[in-house]
Design a binder for this molecule. Structure first.
Ligand code: GLU
Ligand code: MG
Length: 448
């Protein structure tokens, strides 16, 4: 890992790096960028690389939404965060670096997603708090056969058959992550055909979102080199389980480094306030955590993707799960798992929004309803209303309407970004409504 330009230049020399990609994640969750010749890196670090503002108004079909006010005019600079520099293990003689977006006068651009997250980190810091987080993606490995794309296995959940068939890929993927400084935790074949899960360690909020970008890039890059297609798409095949990307987080006292969610036998009072904040804002939050048309095919009752607004200890049908802690590491491992998150999100915006909702609960000392210890999908409508359990929005369009009404998320994103996000995403709702399901699946599978 490098954090200064001289160190980076030395690494570039050692590894004969030819190009350095300057990357960002756009409004629609797509990772894009421009690369500089390695020999020009120094001047690009000082001056950034120009980006037309309209790129943040692009939807995932590359249709620019000029109604946002952004189009052919106006430019920002992609300015690299040197601490994120990595040599790419899956692309020859290439390195990459994650960028912030700055106006020409060097101030942060209002639409810069990393800056949105940095603002929330600062909000937490002012309360003496810091967030540790980890995105936990599931993905599907497929191959193209006779023009059709099919999962690589029909193996069962956690089965050794699935492990054997994906063993070479899993090893290469792990190696590639670890070479970029991302610690791997667990790996196993998941429930669906070709579906696998490999989790990574938690990190401070900004690094956690950065890691999810590297994860997505590395997964698809390593798979491509093996002749495989890897996709983190929420619902890549209609007849198979969806790919979640559960978000784990814990809240720490910045000074004493104590996990403030931890309490003997459960969740602390502060943790309960945080849960209550998330539940209150969840209908609008999902527009950012599950932001694609395809996302809502995944969030269905009975699929452990958590279709209902409730929380519970070890309840895999609740939107917020409190997982059991690790033996001997009770304090360190206490965390919340938000299940209604998927990899079509922009991780900076998703994490910023979840943090803001939780912190709102902390500030207002909100109390959540009682934890739910049963599957809400099996409850009668009367039972659901007695327990005040509501369904999450059923479509992206419904979630966007909730987002537009949320003053909290308006504050988190700022008016310009919220408006841009709304219009870009609404354009996707319209574009996919005009086509068949196969079009939707193909156009999500090949981007996430
Ligand atoms: N695949 C499920 C989802 O879409 C999650 C299964 C699990 O609990 O790991 O969220
Ligand atoms: Mg899983």
């Amino acid at each position: 890992m490098a954090s200064s330009l001289p160190e980076i230049l030395e690494i570039i020399d050692t590894w004969s790096v030819r190009v350095v990609r300057f990357l960002y994640c756009d409004t629609s969750g797509i990772v894009r960028g421009k690369a500089t010749a390695a020999g020009r890196l120094k001047s690009r670090v000082e001056g950034g690389i120009g980006l037309v503002k309209g790129m943040m108004a692009m939807n995932l079909l590359d249709q620019m939404q000029t109604a946002t006010g952004f189009g052919a005019t106006g430019e920002v600079r992609l300015v690299p965060d040197l601490s994120t520099f990595v040599v790419l293990p899956y692309a020859p003689q290439a390195a990459a670096i994650l960028c912030d977006m700055q106006e020409l006068d060097r101030t942060p651009w209002k639409l810069c997603p990393r800056n949105v997250l940095k603002r929330q980190i600062e909000q937490a810091r002012r309360l003496g708090l810091s967030i540790e987080a980890s995105f936990e993606p599931e993905f599907t490995l497929s191959v193209e056969e006779e023009g059709a794309i099919r999962p690589i296995d029909r193996s069962l959940c956690f089965s050794t058959d699935g492990m054997n068939r994906a063993a070479r890929f899993a090893n290469n993927f792990m190696d590639a992550l670890e070479r970029q400084g991302i610690p791997v935790e667990q790996y196993y074949p998941e429930l669906g055909h070709g579906q696998h899960e490999l989790s990574i360690g938690h990190a401070p909020a900004l690094a956690a979102a950065d890691h999810h970008i590297w994860y997505r890039e590395t997964l698809r890059g390593v798979a491509f080199n093996e002749g495989l297609e890897a996709s983190l798409t929420p619902k890549p095949f209609l007849d198979q389980p969806g790919n979640g990307c559960h978000l784990h987080l814990s809240l720490w006292d910045s000074a004493s480094r104590q996990n403030l969610f931890a309490a003997p036998g459960g969740l602390s009072e502060l943790g309960l306030h945080f849960v209550a904040g998330i539940l209150e804002h969840l209908p609008a939050l999902v527009a950012l955590t599950c932001p694609s048309v395809n996302s809502y095919r995944r969030i269905q009752p009975g699929s452990w993707s958590a279709a209902y607004i409730c929380w519970g200890y070890e309840n895999r049908e609740a939107a917020v799960r409190v997982p059991s802690t690790y033996w001997g590491q009770e304090e360190a491992s206490t965390n919340l798992e938000i299940k209604c998150v998927d990899s079509s999100c922009n991780p900076y915006l998703a994490l910023a929004a979840v943090m803001a909702a939780g912190l709102d609960g902390v500030r207002r000392k909100l109390a959540p309803p009682a934890p739910v210890d049963a599957d809400p999908g099996s409850m009668t409508p009367d039972k659901l209303s007695e327990k005040a359990i509501r369904r999450l929005p059923l479509t992206l369009k419904d979630a966007l309407e909730e987002l537009k009404r949320s003053s909290l998320l308006q504050d988190v994103l700022g008016e310009e970004l919220l408006n841009t996000f709304f219009l870009v995403k609404l354009s996707e709702v319209r574009a996919f409504a005009e086509k068949d399901i196969e079009f939707e699946l193909v156009h999500h599978r090949n981007k996430f």
